[in-house]
Design a protein around this ligand. Structure first.
Ligand code: ASP
Ligand code: MG
Length: 405
């Protein structure tokens, strides 16, 4: 079988760890598999490189930043290939561009638009392990672009999809996907299997084991995924198409995201085109909007509130202030002291009362809900940031997700 294995920065943080990764890759080859490896930069290299850039310039050009950051992964691929060769496991390192990863031209937030797999396939045919630099690709103009922080997961899943790999393994420093963040809930349980839908929700809601874009790609191309630890031989969490939704857990996990800010526009005009105007302006600023709530509470006027990630708050505020008059908004408010808590479960669709149970548990803990949004498989609430950990624990208990329950 063709397997894509991705190792994050902590898994290749030093020579000894690179050696252990090489042992694991070589063992996979000995088991009879073809292996494509995707690696991140060693340890905190990307942060260190960013700091270096900041030390020479207050405002480094995005092109040069990408040129700089892409070197981190190149160190890892070369070292890992050497370590593999030292284990009599023939390997070749490839940059994103050499591996045929074509991106759109956006520096620092490139998107993979296509992968020409010929080179990778040819190397596999020669019996080599192909070690690909994560987090980077080359644009049509030949420019190196990076995929945004944490982008190596996306590289791995995209390669697995393009190569039609039988499995994509994401090796990281945790044992898998948990029912909640184990640092917040000590009796959080590792999940054996979840659906792509659930993984996507958990990833976008702040459970950080897999980058949300990778989860999205995995779902789109039905790539079978495993998230597991590179420090032990535990089986990890399998993410796949779950065929029997009737069997699915009503609530499989509680996710939280403290990196949230909320913006409200009140008293905007109630006529067609207003919401579109507002969110177009935000899209123009590349602000990802998450929850959106509009209520027509009074005659002819609407209140619109939405959440964005806290880093995007300044740009989002700029955008809405620019169009405040156009949409007739009487006022703009914002709050960067909020957080989002969500329960996720594929079985929710067929079980009424899940949202009610969530609200009840929060109410019993005296936690006020500022915003609510739902989908078929999740319910999310915006609450005060200082109450977020308490909320996670309360909901984990309410839905009996712990190992002891
Ligand atoms: N090295 C990059 C980062 O730290 C990409 C990655 O680790 O996935 O963001
Ligand atoms: Mg990293």
């Amino acid at each position: 079988m063709l397997i894509v294995q991705k190792f994050g920065g902590s898994s290749v943080a030093d020579p000894a760890r690179i050696g252990r990764v090489a042992d694991r890759v070589a063992a996979t080859v000995r088991d009879g598999h073809q292996v494509v490896v995707v690696v991140s930069a060693m340890g905190d290299t990307t942060d260190d490189l960013l700091a270096l850039a900041g030390a020479v310039s207050a405002n480094p050009a995005p092109r040069e930043l990408d040129m700089l950051l892409s070197t981190g992964e190149q160190v890892s691929i070369a070292l890992l290939s050497m370590a593999l060769a030292a284990r009599d496991c023939p390997a070749v390192s490839l940059t994103g561009g050499q591996a045929g990863i074509r991106t759109n031209g956006f520096y620092a937030k490139g998107k993979i638009i296509q992968i020409d797999t010929r080179r990778v396939r040819a190397e596999l045919e020669k019996g080599r392990v192909v070690v690909v630099a994560g987090f980077q690709g080359v644009s049509e103009d030949g420019e190196i672009t990076t995929l945004g922080r944490g982008g190596s997961d996306t590289t791995a899943v995209a390669l697995a999809a393009a190569l039609e790999a039988g499995l994509c393994e994401i090796y990281t420093d945790v044992d898998g996907v948990y029912t909640a963040d184990p640092r917040v809930v000590p009796d959080a349980r590792k999940l054996e299997v979840i659906s792509h839908d659930e993984m996507l929700e958990l990833a976008s809601l702040g459970a950080v084991v897999l980058h949300p874009r990778a989860a999205e790609l995995a779902k789109l191309y039905a790539v079978p995924l495993v998230v597991r630890s590179s420090f032990n031989n535990g089986p990890g969490t399998l993410i796949k198409e779950v065929d029997d939704m009737e069997q699915a857990a009503v609530v499989s996990g509680v996710a939280h995201d403290a990196n949230v800010a909320k913006i409200g526009l009140f008293d905007v005009e109630d006529r067609p085109g207003i919401a579109s105007r507002i969110f177009q302006e935000l899209a123009r600023e590349y602000v990802n909007v998450d929850m959106i709530i509009q209520g027509a509470m009074r005659d002819g006027r609407n209140d619109i509130a939405f959440t964005v990630s806290r880093d995007d708050l300044p740009r989002a505020l700029e955008a809405v202030r620019r169009i405040q008059d156009q949409v007739g908004a009487k006022g703009i408010t914002y709050d960067d002291g909020v957080a989002k808590i969500s329960i996720v479960g594929a079985g929710m669709v067929s079980h009424p009362g899940v949202a009610a149970a969530m609200f009840e548990a929060l109410a019993e803990a005296g936690i006020n809900i500022a915003m609510i949004s739902t989908s078929e498989i999740k319910v999310s609430c915006v609450i005060r940031r200082e109450e977020i950990e308490e909320a996670v624990r309360v909901l984990h208990r309410k839905f009996k997700l712990g190992s002891g329950s």
